[in-house]
Ligand binder design. Sequence first.
Ligand code: NAP
Length: 312
Amino acid sequence: MADSAEVVIIGSGPAGWTAAIYAARANLNPVLFEGPQPGGQLTITTEVENFPGFPEGIMGPELMQRFRTQAARFGTEIHSESVVEARLAGGAPFVVRSAERTITARTVIISTGATARLLHLPREGEFMGYGLSACATCDGFFFRNKRVMVVGGGDSAAEEANFLTRYAAEVTLVHRRDSLRASKIMSDRVLANPKVKARWNSEIVEYLGVPGKKLSGAKMRDTVTGSIEDVAMDGIFLAIGHVPNTALFTGQLPVDGKGYLTTVAGKTATNIPGVFACGDVQDAYYRQAISAAGSGCMAAIEAERFLEAMGH
Ligand code: NAP
């Protein structure tokens, strides 16, 4: 096991694994830390229909396993650990530390992705897992023949609502406005689903039930009239977007107004020479598996050229 590396990659979604495949094939012997959610967000999704090369679709976890196998095949050193410290600010050599090891690196590729956004209402944490969830594919099974609510108006909400109709008796799609922002194909599909009922101009103001035991519904506010209504539900699924995972880099790397790492225009280079960022941690716009993979490839090539320019 290496204690120093040309390239350390932090994170194991499509961006991280693609960076590893390219860096490994360039003989850079990358070391990759998988992080707290190995495989990233695709491991908690169902069928991926839009990843080129899989015309019949592929299950998210299987796709990520294939990425991993390909990175391992070319010699990536993989650690199923989370990085607890990344010392970048002083420049190379950088220090990346998990609970188990410390590695010094000439370059670092950040691909830590993003995490589901929550509503930050009182007792939210206590209801999580007791009727409240941010992952329909993980928890949908528990709501067979129940009434559930999905909050959000994007592709995630549309996808999760559709998915939940496999189990639930009725799915209410709750959106704070009167139209979805999801793509047309996803919007049309979810709104045509006979088990899905849309509740427009509506937001949750309070979770109801016994925290830590069982959620029983939500106090809902009409965003147009302001009227409040208690709505009984067995489950609530939040699908309101994501927040980039940047805590390790606070104060070391600049972020944009939404908290995403900023990179040089059109590249993955950050403002610290030798540190690159790719995938959802730096992309508030596309946020697709394929664009994340593409930026992982860019990061590895930029790291390779950086090392070459430094004479390594
Ligand atoms: P998103 O597009 O950012 O949508 C988030 C939704 O949540 C919006 O409708 C937003 O409302 C709502 N929202 C945000 N904060 C809220 C709050 N505090 N209270 C109530 N509602 C709130 O996120 P996403 O749906 O996760 O999609 C992210 C990206 O992944 C997109 O690029 C999407 O295309 C992609 N994606 C693609 C697929 C697919 O192609 N199969 C599947 C999932 C995701 P407003 O509309 O009012 O802002």
